[in-house]
Design a protein around this ligand. Sequence first.
Ligand code: SAH
Length: 297
Amino acid sequence: MADNHSVKKDSSKKPHQEVDGSPPSALSPQPSLSRPSAHSPCSQRTRFVLVRPSHPGNIGAAARAIRTMGFSRLVLVQPQHFPDSEATALAAGADDVLDRAVVVPDLVSAIADCELVLGCTARRRGVALAEFTPRAAAARVLTVAPAAEVAIVFGNERTGLENDELMRCHAAVHIPSDPTFSSLNLAQAVQVLAYELRMAQLAGSAEAAPAVPARSDPPATAEQLEYFFAHLAQTLDDIDFHKGRSPRTILQRLRRLFLRNELDQREVRILRGIFDDAQRMARLAAERRVGLGPPSS
Ligand code: SAH
């Protein structure tokens, strides 16, 4: 549920002035290394994605949460109400973030160009995904964000992220809350992640993060990986890998395997070349079986 339902929707007053009487600084403060702003590479490359948020107040509070931590990119997947005066009220002056928020119809569009997608979840959902703490996630983001697009994805207030949405993420992030009461308010979860990202930036923790070997090819984007997984699924069908069993579990495991290994674009091309050949061989074999193809040599 959205917090602070009692907040007055007085749009004539800039809500941020409540604190110290001064308006929030514009999005163009002096960037400095010690105080990363919305201009730091990590901030510019990182988007916060809210999937089907129900309460506009949470959208506003999430905008405020990321803005205070030096971020500015909010993507909304099918928000129930947006724009909305309650979102504006709870943004408490982070109007620039709301103004620039991008609304998209589905998660795939929200993350298509991302090379790292992290899905925040209050509980395990039987989806076999690597799981990070927010701190480890932040360190990981810092190794990627200077050069590539990153998405941190949050679910609906009531239902969280669906399994198929989590499956589109490279890893899950779980805030290690009390297991008997594990679900934070959406905007508060956004705050925790944004805070850890800021702390990681302040500490320059890119150096402390596990070394990632230099790559000659860029990592595959989420969109390229989705085409890859669709091709993989089709190939497994074509070669009759499942033999009547349900493909679901094996496809989930294979997704996990490939996502864990963070394929680059060349690796995806090679694997898809192999799939093409496997499909071609399966077609030839089928043609031979029905006597349409040339005799085997
Ligand atoms: N009832 C839902 C919780 C939704 S809370 C469920 O059990 O999944 C809304 C969103 O906030 C979640 O989808 C998740 O993205 C984030 N969130 C809440 N608590 C979290 C936690 N402990 N760790 C990581 N993300 C959390």
